[in-house]
Design a binder for this molecule. Structure first.
Ligand code: ZN
Length: 186
């Protein structure tokens, strides 16, 4: 990872208001990662792993295209970053923030990591595995450890994706227009 870790000091997340504040701070950090993904030409999904004080212990963004890796989702990249830093493949007591509802692969990996909390932003009606398509965390046979919360800064998270795809469609239209002007076929 070339991006520096950004510490987010946080007072006392033991109460509900504290969690709500930590959730916003965590999601803003995940959104910063999503913007880094967009700059790299990747679908803008970002994730961070925080401890209960709000210190960032891992971070990542979607890298599937860059790394030729179908498993290169933001959550997997952030989990690997945090696990390496902690020297442990299990991450109990930590929370992962991600801008888009996790898919089945990522939700499985996050349950294996025994994260305390997973907090996501926008729903994903295509591959979301926290209620949109599947609901893995609700299965007691699978999930003994991980609380899942959705909809934190959902509009901002969805807007980052919508803007990325809007710009990509516009670039494709422009490329078609230039080909037409030059008379070169598609
Ligand atoms: Zn995923």
């Amino acid at each position: 990872m070339s991006h520096e870790l950004v510490p987010y000091p946080f007072a006392d997340p033991a109460d509900a208001a504290g969690w709500a504040k930590l959730d916003v701070v965590g999601m803003q950090a995940a959104l910063a990662m999503a913007r880094a993904a967009a700059q790299a030409g990747e679908v803008p999904v970002g994730a961070v792993v925080l401890d209960a004080r709000g210190v960032v212990l891992g971070q990542g963004f979607n890298r599937c295209i860059t790394d030729h890796d179908p498993t290169g989702h933001a959550e997997i990249v952030a989990l690997r970053d945090a696990a390496a830093r902690m020297g442990n493949y299990r991450l109990p007591g930590l929370a992962l923030y991600v801008t888009l509802e996790p898919c089945a692969m990522c939700m499985g990996a996050m349950m294996h990591a025994r994260l305390a909390r997973v907090v996501y932003g926008a729903d994903d009606p295509k591959t979301g595995a926290c209620g949109s398509v599947l609901n893995l965390p609700s299965l007691p046979q699978l999930n003994h450890h991980t609380e899942v919360v959705g909809g934190v800064l959902a509009q901002e998270c969805a807007a980052a994706l919508q803007e990325f795809f809007r710009a990509r469609r516009q670039a494709a239209r422009e490329a078609r227009r230039l080909r037409c002007e030059r008379g070169t076929p598609d």
